[in-house]
Write a protein that binds this ligand. Structure first.
Ligand SMILES: NC(=O)C1=CN([C@@H]2O[C@H](COP(=O)(O)OP(=O)(O)OC[C@H]3O[C@@H](n4cnc5c(N)ncnc54)[C@H](OP(=O)(O)O)[C@@H]3O)[C@@H](O)[C@H]2O)C=CC1
Ligand SMILES: CC(C)CCC[C@@H](C)[C@H]1CC=C2C3=C(CC[C@@]21C)[C@@]1(C)CC[C@H](O)C(C)(C)[C@@H]1CC3
Length: 396
């Protein structure tokens, strides 16, 4: 709980320091006056309020989630992309009216601090709320009885007030859209400092906007991911969604603002190709699984080979899911590489995301395999025999 926020602050400080050494000490230890700013708090609360208001707007579609323990299903508004477009419109109007968006680049530290504070307070409230929740509403992993463990992992699976689903909202809106907004502010700051944004900055902004835009366009697909179907909503996800994603996932753009990197068109084209390959695998795999889970007889997946399981559900054993057992992770990792390459090879810092993400996905894959083995037993063993590699074909 303390190490993650400390790591985030370390990264923010190091990115703007001359040597930008990931593994070195931070350039200085910020005092409370550098972390706390009422202006940052006001800005952050306005941002959360705006995203909540956009979430509550009428949706083009309302989707049903996976079946819960008590056999019920929850309904989710599909209006994330609409929220992104409306936010973009509002920001454009604001900038045209003189809003100094580039000033965000100077406010990252106090903003990250208030985002962390909100994550702490919010997860405490979620924990208290979960004490009143019925057993059927609890997540499988966050009910050990150890309050600290449960506070971190989250006791309740889908905490809601009325139809407002906190986990679903936080996973895709304030942090993810905040991430691209911070990137844009850094791009504008670079334009102010150097006359125009660098090619490397354009690439990082473009790739990450594609990733976020895609997540919101394919919003419904998140309903079959582990975060929604299995993990409770506690400190880890609240901090991850609200603070970690916007302030550490924008690290490459932060690095580029303070350490401009030369990048020619031939290298830029190779990097674009790497990102396109990663995106193709990531999107193909996620869409295939989501389509199959929603309707196994959908013509797009009906021809794929499957393994029946004792639960009545089937496992895909051809197509993307016949190549490795987590093709979506492979695509995501290839994209992570493409986001770091525009920052050159002189520093390790911009590769932090790739390193952290590899560790996160290897751990997540292992966790998922254990859950699947428990759920599907022999059928899962059969799947592992037929598809022996976890993430990278012939390597891992
Ligand atoms: N940028 C970031 O920071 C992060 C991004 N991600 C991305 O989020 C996406 C979702 O990841 P995550 O939720 O971890 O995992 P998945 O979307 O891969 O979901 C795993 C589940 O898929 C189902 N499944 C597994 N194998 C098969 C198969 N062969 N056929 C059919 N269903 C199968 C199982 O659930 P069941 O059978 O019950 O349906 C399993 O529990 C990924 O693309 C990942 O890269 C994840 C974490 C962080
Ligand atoms: C703080 C900890 C070290 C780790 C916290 C992990 C979280 C930051 C991630 C857990 C799963 C995530 C997903 C996405 C963002 C990061 C977190 C919240 C995701 C929304 C990114 C966009 C993708 O298209 C997705 C598939 C929708 C992702 C779902 C999982």
């Amino acid at each position: 709980m303390l190490l993650l926020p400390a790591t985030m602050v370390h990264l923010l400080l190091v990115a703007r320091s001359g040597p930008a050494r990931l593994l070195g000490p931070p350039p200085y230890l910020p005092g409370l006056e550098a972390l706390w700013s009422p202006r940052a708090l006001l800005l952050w609360l306005t941002w959360l309020g705006l995203q909540a208001a956009l979430y509550l707007l009428p949706a083009r579609k309302v989707a049903e989630g996976q079946e819960l323990k008590d056999k019920s299903t929850l309904r989710y508004p599909i209006n994330g992309f609409q929220a992104l477009v409306l936010t973009a419109l509002l920001v454009t109007l604001g900038v045209l009216a003189g809003l100094p968006l580039e000033e965000l680049a100077e406010m990252l530290l106090p903003l990250a601090f208030v985002a962390t504070l909100t994550a702490f307070i919010f997860s405490l409230l979620l924990y208290l709320k979960a004490l009143l929740a019925p057993t059927s509403a609890l997540a499988p992993g966050g009910n050990s009885g150890n309050p600290i463990y449960d506070f971190i992992l989250g006791r309740e699976l889908n905490p809601r007030i009325g139809s407002f689903d906190f986990k679903y909202f936080c996973e895709l809106r304030p942090g993810l859209i905040g991430w691209v907004l911070i990137n844009l502010a850094l791009l504008m700051k670079e334009a102010e400092l150097r006359g125009s944004p660098s090619l490397a900055m354009w690439l990082v902004n473009g790739f990450q906007l594609l990733y976020v835009g895609d997540a919101l366009w394919q919003e419904e697909a998140i309903l079959t991911t582990m975060d929604i179907t299995h993990d409770g909503f506690g400190f880890m996800l609240a901090f991850g969604d609200l603070a970690w994603v916007p302030f550490t996932y924008s690290l490459q753009a932060q690095f580029l603002l303070y350490h401009p990197q030369p990048l020619g068109w031939p290298m830029a084209s190779v990097i674009c190709l790497i990102n396109a390959v990663g995106f193709y695998i990531f999107r193909g795999a996620n869409t295939q699984k989501n389509t199959f889970r929603k309707n196994p007889s959908d013509p797009r997946v009906a021809d794929l080979e499957t393994i029946p399981t004792a639960t009545g559900r089937q496992l895909l054993v051809s197509g993307w899911w016949g190549m490795v057992r987590h093709p979506n992770y492979l695509g995501d990792l290839i994209m992570a590489l493409a986001w770091s390459l525009p920052c050159g090879t002189s520093h390790l810092l911009p590769y932090f995301y790739l390193l952290y993400f590899t560790a996160l996905l290897v751990h997540r894959e292992d966790r998922d395999e254990r859950q699947c083995l428990q759920k599907y037993g022999l059928a899962w063993r059969d799947y592992c025999r037929r598809v022996p590699y976890r993430i990278v074909p012939y390597i891992y």
